[in-house]
Design a protein around this ligand. Structure first.
Ligand code: SF4
Length: 388
Protein backbone atom coordinates (compact mmCIF):
# COMPACT_ATOMS: atom_id res chain seq x y z
CA UNK A 1 0.00 0.00 0.00
CA UNK A 2 1.28 3.47 -0.87
CA UNK A 3 2.44 5.47 2.14
CA UNK A 4 0.24 8.49 2.93
CA UNK A 5 2.25 11.69 2.72
CA UNK A 6 1.85 14.44 5.32
CA UNK A 7 -0.57 17.22 4.40
CA UNK A 8 0.99 20.68 4.38
CA UNK A 9 -0.73 23.36 6.44
CA UNK A 10 -2.72 25.48 3.95
CA UNK A 11 -3.38 28.14 6.59
CA UNK A 12 0.30 29.15 6.61
CA UNK A 13 1.01 32.39 4.82
CA UNK A 14 3.14 35.53 5.00
CA UNK A 15 3.01 38.88 3.27
CA UNK A 16 4.86 39.60 0.02
CA UNK A 17 5.21 42.81 -1.98
CA UNK A 18 4.64 43.43 -5.70
CA UNK A 19 8.15 43.47 -7.18
CA UNK A 20 11.70 42.22 -7.00
CA UNK A 21 14.74 42.82 -9.24
CA UNK A 22 15.10 40.37 -12.17
CA UNK A 23 18.25 39.00 -10.52
CA UNK A 24 16.13 37.87 -7.53
CA UNK A 25 13.84 35.60 -9.55
CA UNK A 26 14.87 32.57 -7.48
CA UNK A 27 14.94 34.31 -4.12
CA UNK A 28 12.72 34.00 -1.10
CA UNK A 29 10.66 37.22 -0.85
CA UNK A 30 9.90 38.66 2.59
CA UNK A 31 8.27 42.04 3.16
CA UNK A 32 9.76 44.33 5.83
CA UNK A 33 8.00 47.59 4.78
CA UNK A 34 5.04 48.25 2.49
CA UNK A 35 5.27 50.28 -0.72
CA UNK A 36 7.46 53.35 -1.21
CA UNK A 37 7.89 56.18 1.32
CA UNK A 38 8.52 58.66 -1.52
CA UNK A 39 6.20 57.45 -4.28
CA UNK A 40 6.43 60.60 -6.42
CA UNK A 41 8.76 59.71 -9.29
CA UNK A 42 6.79 60.51 -12.43
CA UNK A 43 8.18 57.52 -14.37
CA UNK A 44 7.39 54.90 -11.71
CA UNK A 45 4.25 52.74 -12.00
CA UNK A 46 5.06 50.32 -9.20
CA UNK A 47 3.30 51.70 -6.11
CA UNK A 48 0.72 53.90 -7.87
CA UNK A 49 -2.04 54.76 -5.37
CA UNK A 50 -0.44 52.64 -2.61
CA UNK A 51 0.40 54.18 0.76
CA UNK A 52 3.69 53.51 2.49
CA UNK A 53 3.60 51.86 5.90
CA UNK A 54 6.10 50.38 8.28
CA UNK A 55 5.64 46.90 9.63
CA UNK A 56 6.34 46.24 13.30
CA UNK A 57 9.21 43.99 14.31
CA UNK A 58 6.61 41.58 15.72
CA UNK A 59 4.82 41.36 12.36
CA UNK A 60 8.07 40.78 10.50
CA UNK A 61 9.16 38.11 12.97
CA UNK A 62 5.77 36.41 12.67
CA UNK A 63 6.23 36.27 8.87
CA UNK A 64 9.72 34.81 9.27
CA UNK A 65 8.27 32.23 11.69
CA UNK A 66 5.67 31.28 9.04
CA UNK A 67 8.38 30.91 6.39
CA UNK A 68 10.43 28.79 8.81
CA UNK A 69 7.41 26.58 9.53
CA UNK A 70 6.80 26.11 5.79
CA UNK A 71 10.44 25.15 5.40
CA UNK A 72 10.14 22.64 8.25
CA UNK A 73 6.99 21.09 6.72
CA UNK A 74 8.55 20.83 3.25
CA UNK A 75 11.66 19.16 4.63
CA UNK A 76 9.37 16.82 6.64
CA UNK A 77 7.53 15.96 3.41
CA UNK A 78 10.85 15.24 1.71
CA UNK A 79 11.84 12.87 4.52
CA UNK A 80 8.47 11.10 4.31
CA UNK A 81 9.09 10.63 0.58
CA UNK A 82 12.48 9.03 1.24
CA UNK A 83 14.37 12.05 -0.10
CA UNK A 84 16.23 12.61 3.21
CA UNK A 85 15.31 16.30 3.44
CA UNK A 86 16.47 17.13 -0.08
CA UNK A 87 14.05 19.34 -2.00
CA UNK A 88 14.31 18.13 -5.59
CA UNK A 89 11.80 17.94 -8.42
CA UNK A 90 9.74 15.15 -6.83
CA UNK A 91 9.29 17.06 -3.61
CA UNK A 92 8.44 20.35 -5.35
CA UNK A 93 5.86 18.53 -7.48
CA UNK A 94 4.38 17.02 -4.33
CA UNK A 95 4.17 20.50 -2.70
CA UNK A 96 2.59 22.10 -5.76
CA UNK A 97 0.03 19.30 -6.05
CA UNK A 98 -1.33 19.99 -2.57
CA UNK A 99 -4.48 22.14 -2.67
CA UNK A 100 -4.95 25.71 -1.46
CA UNK A 101 -1.36 26.43 -0.47
CA UNK A 102 -0.48 30.13 -0.45
CA UNK A 103 1.76 31.74 -3.04
CA UNK A 104 4.25 32.29 -0.20
CA UNK A 105 4.31 28.52 0.46
CA UNK A 106 5.13 27.88 -3.20
CA UNK A 107 7.86 30.52 -3.00
CA UNK A 108 9.51 28.74 -0.04
CA UNK A 109 9.36 25.40 -1.90
CA UNK A 110 10.87 26.91 -5.07
CA UNK A 111 13.53 28.68 -3.00
CA UNK A 112 14.59 25.41 -1.35
CA UNK A 113 14.51 23.66 -4.73
CA UNK A 114 16.73 26.22 -6.49
CA UNK A 115 18.96 26.41 -3.42
CA UNK A 116 20.22 29.89 -4.30
CA UNK A 117 20.36 30.88 -0.63
CA UNK A 118 19.13 34.33 -1.71
CA UNK A 119 16.52 36.27 0.23
CA UNK A 120 15.13 39.54 -1.10
CA UNK A 121 13.44 41.81 1.40
CA UNK A 122 10.67 44.03 0.09
CA UNK A 123 9.48 46.81 -0.54
CA UNK A 124 11.09 49.96 -1.99
CA UNK A 125 13.31 51.26 0.80
CA UNK A 126 14.00 49.17 3.88
CA UNK A 127 16.87 51.43 4.96
CA UNK A 128 14.11 53.82 6.06
CA UNK A 129 13.52 51.45 9.01
CA UNK A 130 15.12 52.36 12.31
CA UNK A 131 18.62 50.85 11.92
CA UNK A 132 18.35 48.83 15.16
CA UNK A 133 14.95 47.40 14.14
CA UNK A 134 16.20 46.46 10.69
CA UNK A 135 19.29 44.83 12.22
CA UNK A 136 17.18 42.81 14.64
CA UNK A 137 14.84 41.63 11.88
CA UNK A 138 17.83 40.58 9.77
CA UNK A 139 19.41 38.65 12.63
CA UNK A 140 16.12 36.85 13.25
CA UNK A 141 15.85 35.98 9.56
CA UNK A 142 19.37 34.52 9.53
CA UNK A 143 18.69 32.53 12.68
CA UNK A 144 15.36 31.03 11.57
CA UNK A 145 16.21 30.35 7.93
CA UNK A 146 19.63 28.69 7.84
CA UNK A 147 19.55 28.36 4.03
CA UNK A 148 19.71 32.19 3.73
CA UNK A 149 23.20 32.87 2.44
CA UNK A 150 22.69 36.28 0.82
CA UNK A 151 20.13 38.92 1.83
CA UNK A 152 19.34 41.83 -0.44
CA UNK A 153 17.02 44.86 -0.38
CA UNK A 154 16.00 47.88 -2.43
CA UNK A 155 16.91 51.27 -0.97
CA UNK A 156 16.68 54.95 -1.89
CA UNK A 157 20.00 56.74 -2.20
CA UNK A 158 18.69 59.74 -0.23
CA UNK A 159 18.09 57.43 2.75
CA UNK A 160 21.47 55.73 2.31
CA UNK A 161 23.01 59.23 2.32
CA UNK A 162 21.30 59.98 5.66
CA UNK A 163 22.53 56.80 7.33
CA UNK A 164 26.01 56.87 8.82
CA UNK A 165 28.59 54.36 7.67
CA UNK A 166 28.52 52.96 11.24
CA UNK A 167 24.75 52.37 11.05
CA UNK A 168 25.06 50.74 7.65
CA UNK A 169 27.96 48.60 8.90
CA UNK A 170 25.79 47.41 11.80
CA UNK A 171 23.03 46.53 9.30
CA UNK A 172 25.53 44.68 7.10
CA UNK A 173 26.87 42.71 10.05
CA UNK A 174 23.30 41.81 11.04
CA UNK A 175 22.89 40.18 7.63
CA UNK A 176 22.15 42.60 4.77
CA UNK A 177 24.69 41.78 2.05
CA UNK A 178 23.50 43.76 -0.96
CA UNK A 179 21.47 46.87 -1.71
CA UNK A 180 19.79 47.73 -5.02
CA UNK A 181 19.44 51.47 -5.54
CA UNK A 182 17.32 52.99 -8.29
CA UNK A 183 19.73 55.75 -9.25
CA UNK A 184 18.05 56.13 -12.69
CA UNK A 185 19.94 59.35 -13.50
CA UNK A 186 22.41 61.70 -11.84
CA UNK A 187 21.64 64.76 -13.94
CA UNK A 188 20.18 67.29 -11.50
CA UNK A 189 17.68 69.08 -13.80
CA UNK A 190 16.34 65.68 -14.86
CA UNK A 191 16.12 64.42 -11.26
CA UNK A 192 14.03 67.51 -10.51
CA UNK A 193 11.84 67.15 -13.61
CA UNK A 194 11.13 63.50 -12.75
CA UNK A 195 10.45 64.36 -9.07
CA UNK A 196 13.03 61.83 -7.92
CA UNK A 197 13.48 63.68 -4.62
CA UNK A 198 17.27 63.48 -4.56
CA UNK A 199 20.27 65.33 -5.95
CA UNK A 200 23.28 63.89 -7.76
CA UNK A 201 25.44 64.78 -4.73
CA UNK A 202 23.17 62.68 -2.47
CA UNK A 203 23.11 59.85 -4.99
CA UNK A 204 26.90 59.79 -4.84
CA UNK A 205 27.04 60.01 -1.04
CA UNK A 206 24.36 57.31 -0.63
CA UNK A 207 26.23 54.94 -2.91
CA UNK A 208 29.58 55.67 -1.30
CA UNK A 209 28.12 55.07 2.20
CA UNK A 210 26.80 51.66 1.19
CA UNK A 211 30.18 50.70 -0.27
CA UNK A 212 32.08 52.03 2.75
CA UNK A 213 29.89 49.84 4.98
CA UNK A 214 31.12 46.80 3.04
CA UNK A 215 27.81 45.93 1.36
CA UNK A 216 27.52 44.99 -2.28
CA UNK A 217 25.89 47.76 -4.27
CA UNK A 218 23.78 47.46 -7.40
CA UNK A 219 22.80 50.76 -9.07
CA UNK A 220 19.94 50.85 -11.57
CA UNK A 221 20.21 53.28 -14.49
CA UNK A 222 17.26 54.15 -16.74
CA UNK A 223 18.17 54.57 -20.43
CA UNK A 224 15.71 56.85 -22.22
CA UNK A 225 14.92 58.92 -19.14
CA UNK A 226 16.55 62.09 -20.50
CA UNK A 227 14.23 62.12 -23.52
CA UNK A 228 15.20 64.05 -26.64
CA UNK A 229 16.10 67.16 -24.64
CA UNK A 230 18.60 65.74 -22.14
CA UNK A 231 19.78 62.34 -23.40
CA UNK A 232 23.43 63.42 -23.62
CA UNK A 233 23.46 65.12 -20.21
CA UNK A 234 21.65 62.13 -18.68
CA UNK A 235 24.21 59.67 -20.09
CA UNK A 236 27.33 61.63 -19.13
CA UNK A 237 26.25 62.95 -15.70
CA UNK A 238 25.03 59.49 -14.68
CA UNK A 239 28.31 57.90 -15.77
CA UNK A 240 30.28 60.59 -13.90
CA UNK A 241 28.35 59.90 -10.68
CA UNK A 242 28.90 56.15 -11.02
CA UNK A 243 32.59 56.79 -11.66
CA UNK A 244 32.70 58.28 -8.15
CA UNK A 245 30.71 55.45 -6.55
CA UNK A 246 32.26 52.39 -8.25
CA UNK A 247 29.26 50.12 -7.49
CA UNK A 248 29.59 46.36 -7.80
CA UNK A 249 26.82 46.29 -10.41
CA UNK A 250 25.36 48.79 -12.85
CA UNK A 251 22.03 47.54 -14.17
CA UNK A 252 20.16 48.97 -17.13
CA UNK A 253 16.36 49.14 -17.13
CA UNK A 254 14.98 51.13 -20.06
CA UNK A 255 12.19 53.68 -19.58
CA UNK A 256 8.68 52.74 -20.69
CA UNK A 257 5.77 55.13 -20.41
CA UNK A 258 2.53 53.24 -19.75
CA UNK A 259 -0.59 55.45 -19.66
CA UNK A 260 -1.13 55.21 -15.89
CA UNK A 261 2.08 57.02 -14.91
CA UNK A 262 2.42 60.77 -14.41
CA UNK A 263 5.08 61.04 -17.12
CA UNK A 264 2.49 60.00 -19.72
CA UNK A 265 0.81 63.42 -19.23
CA UNK A 266 4.16 65.11 -19.97
CA UNK A 267 4.43 63.04 -23.14
CA UNK A 268 0.92 64.06 -24.18
CA UNK A 269 1.55 67.76 -23.47
CA UNK A 270 4.91 67.68 -25.28
CA UNK A 271 6.88 68.50 -22.11
CA UNK A 272 8.72 65.19 -22.52
CA UNK A 273 9.70 63.69 -25.87
CA UNK A 274 10.49 60.00 -25.81
CA UNK A 275 13.53 58.59 -27.55
CA UNK A 276 13.16 56.00 -30.29
CA UNK A 277 14.68 52.55 -29.75
CA UNK A 278 17.68 53.57 -31.90
CA UNK A 279 18.23 56.76 -29.92
CA UNK A 280 18.17 54.79 -26.67
CA UNK A 281 20.94 52.57 -28.01
CA UNK A 282 22.96 55.72 -28.93
CA UNK A 283 22.41 56.98 -25.40
CA UNK A 284 23.54 53.70 -23.81
CA UNK A 285 26.62 53.80 -26.03
CA UNK A 286 27.55 57.27 -24.76
CA UNK A 287 26.87 56.17 -21.18
CA UNK A 288 29.07 53.05 -21.39
CA UNK A 289 31.79 55.02 -23.14
CA UNK A 290 31.76 57.59 -20.30
CA UNK A 291 32.26 55.01 -17.52
CA UNK A 292 35.90 55.41 -16.49
CA UNK A 293 38.19 54.19 -13.72
CA UNK A 294 35.72 51.75 -12.14
CA UNK A 295 35.45 48.00 -11.86
CA UNK A 296 31.68 47.55 -11.88
CA UNK A 297 29.89 44.71 -13.63
CA UNK A 298 27.37 46.06 -16.17
CA UNK A 299 24.17 44.05 -16.69
CA UNK A 300 21.30 44.56 -19.11
CA UNK A 301 19.16 41.80 -17.60
CA UNK A 302 15.79 43.52 -17.89
CA UNK A 303 13.17 42.48 -20.42
CA UNK A 304 12.58 46.15 -21.36
CA UNK A 305 16.12 46.51 -22.71
CA UNK A 306 16.47 46.19 -26.45
CA UNK A 307 19.80 44.36 -26.19
CA UNK A 308 20.26 41.98 -23.29
CA UNK A 309 23.90 41.09 -23.82
CA UNK A 310 25.37 44.55 -23.17
CA UNK A 311 27.06 43.13 -20.12
CA UNK A 312 30.50 42.58 -18.72
CA UNK A 313 33.13 43.68 -16.28
CA UNK A 314 34.69 47.10 -16.50
CA UNK A 315 37.13 48.10 -17.72
CA UNK A 316 38.11 45.03 -19.75
CA UNK A 317 34.70 44.30 -21.32
CA UNK A 318 33.93 47.87 -22.37
CA UNK A 319 35.08 47.35 -26.00
CA UNK A 320 32.91 44.22 -26.23
CA UNK A 321 29.84 46.10 -24.93
CA UNK A 322 30.41 48.98 -27.33
CA UNK A 323 30.84 46.51 -30.22
CA UNK A 324 27.43 44.90 -29.49
CA UNK A 325 25.77 48.33 -29.49
CA UNK A 326 27.59 49.27 -32.70
CA UNK A 327 26.49 46.02 -34.34
CA UNK A 328 22.87 47.12 -33.85
CA UNK A 329 23.47 50.70 -34.98
CA UNK A 330 25.15 49.42 -38.17
CA UNK A 331 22.05 47.45 -39.27
CA UNK A 332 19.87 48.86 -42.04
CA UNK A 333 16.32 49.94 -41.18
CA UNK A 334 14.70 46.64 -42.20
CA UNK A 335 17.17 44.58 -40.16
CA UNK A 336 16.64 46.83 -37.14
CA UNK A 337 12.87 46.30 -37.42
CA UNK A 338 13.31 42.53 -37.63
CA UNK A 339 15.57 42.51 -34.59
CA UNK A 340 13.27 44.78 -32.58
CA UNK A 341 10.32 42.54 -33.42
CA UNK A 342 12.25 39.45 -32.32
CA UNK A 343 13.22 41.17 -29.10
CA UNK A 344 9.71 42.36 -28.28
CA UNK A 345 8.49 38.81 -28.93
CA UNK A 346 11.05 37.66 -26.36
CA UNK A 347 12.91 35.50 -28.89
CA UNK A 348 16.30 37.22 -29.27
CA UNK A 349 18.85 38.79 -26.96
CA UNK A 350 21.30 40.44 -29.35
CA UNK A 351 21.33 41.34 -33.08
CA UNK A 352 23.19 38.21 -34.27
CA UNK A 353 20.46 35.98 -32.78
CA UNK A 354 18.09 36.55 -35.71
CA UNK A 355 20.18 34.30 -37.96
CA UNK A 356 22.03 32.33 -35.29
CA UNK A 357 18.72 31.03 -33.93
CA UNK A 358 17.21 30.55 -37.40
CA UNK A 359 14.42 33.06 -36.79
CA UNK A 360 14.65 35.12 -39.97
CA UNK A 361 11.81 33.38 -41.84
CA UNK A 362 9.37 33.60 -38.91
CA UNK A 363 10.21 37.20 -38.15
CA UNK A 364 9.96 38.24 -41.82
CA UNK A 365 6.49 36.69 -42.06
CA UNK A 366 5.31 38.34 -38.83
CA UNK A 367 6.68 41.71 -39.90
CA UNK A 368 4.89 41.43 -43.27
CA UNK A 369 1.61 40.81 -41.46
CA UNK A 370 2.14 43.78 -39.14
CA UNK A 371 3.13 46.10 -41.98
CA UNK A 372 -0.04 45.17 -43.83
CA UNK A 373 -2.20 46.38 -40.96
CA UNK A 374 -0.48 49.04 -38.84
CA UNK A 375 2.57 51.21 -38.22
CA UNK A 376 5.25 48.72 -37.03
CA UNK A 377 6.77 51.32 -34.65
CA UNK A 378 3.47 51.66 -32.83
CA UNK A 379 2.96 47.90 -32.67
CA UNK A 380 6.50 47.36 -31.32
CA UNK A 381 5.99 50.08 -28.73
CA UNK A 382 2.71 48.48 -27.60
CA UNK A 383 4.41 45.08 -27.40
CA UNK A 384 7.15 46.54 -25.21
CA UNK A 385 4.61 48.27 -22.93
CA UNK A 386 2.77 44.98 -22.66
CA UNK A 387 5.88 43.50 -21.02
CA UNK A 388 5.69 45.90 -18.03
S1 SF4 B 1 11.68 56.01 -5.13
FE1 SF4 B 1 11.71 54.18 -6.45
S2 SF4 B 1 9.87 53.02 -5.89
FE2 SF4 B 1 9.64 55.09 -5.04
S3 SF4 B 1 8.46 56.20 -6.59
FE3 SF4 B 1 10.62 56.56 -7.01
S4 SF4 B 1 11.25 54.95 -8.48
FE4 SF4 B 1 9.27 54.33 -7.57
Amino acid sequence: MEKKLPTLDASLNFEQGPIRPPSEARSLLLRFTRNCPWNKCTFCPVYNGQTFSRRSLEEIKADIDSAAEMRREIIGLSEAMGERGRVGQRVVNAVFSQPRLSHAFHNVAAWLYYDTGNVFIQDANNLVMKPETLAEALKYLREKLPEARRVTSYARSSTAAQRTVEELTMIRKAGLDRVHIGLETAYDPLLKFMKKGVTAAKQIKGGQNVKAAGMELSEYVMPGLGGKKWWREHATATAEALNQINPDFIRLRTLRVPPQIELAADVNSGAFEKLSDDEVIEEIRLFIESLEGIESYVASDHIMNLIETVSGKLPEDKPKMLAILDSYLALDEREKLLYRLGRRMGRVREPGDVDRLGLRGDLEATLERIQGQADPDEVLSEMADGMI
